[in-house]
Ligand binder design. Structure first.
Ligand code: ADP
Ligand code: MG
Length: 248
């Protein structure tokens, strides 16, 4: 579902991602962990071209989002649009449109990008809101919801485009544990339904219990890529051991 080969990204000569390669099978839930500044967000942002990689290859759901041998170009907006339809992204800060109801937040992208008629988009959106437990607040504005509800609305909004992959960048960092649990529960449910998901997270308990695999990054590289039990009980790399000692 996702194939990354030799991904490279620098900011002002400072290397942030160095030869990152990663594969995701359909239905896998991958957690990405690692110290602050190691390149986790940049990796996710490259996967939907919020950042333009300097080099390497990415395929998502069979679509190449680079053009082999051709330099990545910010000009290629059509490519970025096509790609973003396949990749749902959820951020730490919810990023809902404040002046639109929850329902309007969810129907906007299908109506604008897919020209889905409002009625049809609304029916699909209500089904998604029901799935994430928000049917009762569909007509409220984001500010009137808890953080956990807002984040679940953000997930429903991303799902409305029927993405092949869902990406989450620290989706629960701004939430109290109880509200974080609601959001993690939605991700578990999507996993059971076969969604392919990548989550950057500090929730080590969730990463261990829910992930198929965990990637540990440090200094712009993937240091270790292992099933959760192996990574937590027998990390192969001393940097992984050090990191886990500090966070567990
Ligand atoms: P993480 O998510 O693991 O904390 P990031 O991917 O956000 O790490 O950042 C990795 C490094 O890249 C950091 O040193 C950060 O300061 C730098 N960085 C990220 N985005 C930019 C940007 N747009 N411009 C310049 N430097 C950036
Ligand atoms: Mg980050």
């Amino acid at each position: 579902m996702v194939r990354i080969r030799g991904l490279h990204k620098s900011f002002d000569g400072h290397v942030v991602l160095e030869r990152v390669s990663l594969d995701l099978q359909p239905g896998e839930l991958l957690s990405v962990i690692g110290p602050s500044g190691c390149g986790k967000s940049t990796l996710l942002r490259c996967l939907n071209l919020l950042e333009v990689p300097d080099g390497g290859h990415i395929r998502i759901a069979g679509h190449a989002i680079d053009r082999s041998g051709v330099r990545w170009s910010r000009q290629d907006e059509r490519l970025a649009h096509r790609l973003r339809a396949h990749v749902g992204m959820v951020f730490q800060g919810f990023n809902l449109f404040a002046h639109r109801t929850v329902l309007e937040n969810v129907i906007l992208a299908p109506m604008v990008a897919r020209r889905t008629p409002r009625r049809e988009a609304a029916d699909a959106a209500m089904a998604l809101l029901d799935k994430v437990g928000l049917a009762a607040v569909a007509h409220r504005y984001p500010a009137t919801l808890s953080g956990g509800q807002q984040q679940r609305a953000a997930i429903a909004r991303a799902l409305a485009m029927a993405p092949s992959v869902m990406l989450y960048d620290e989706p629960t960092s701004a939430l109290d544990p109880e509200l974080a649990e609601e959001v993690l529960g939605v991700m578990r449910q999507l996993d059971e339904e076969g969604m392919t998901q990548i989550v950057v997270t500090h929730e080590m308990r969730f990463a261990r219990a829910a992930s198929d695999r965990i990637v540990f990054m440090d200094g712009g590289r993937i240091v270790e890529d292992a099933p959760p039990d192996q990574l937590f009980t027998a990390p192969a790399d001393p940097r992984t051991r050090q990191f886990l000692r500090n966070v567990l």
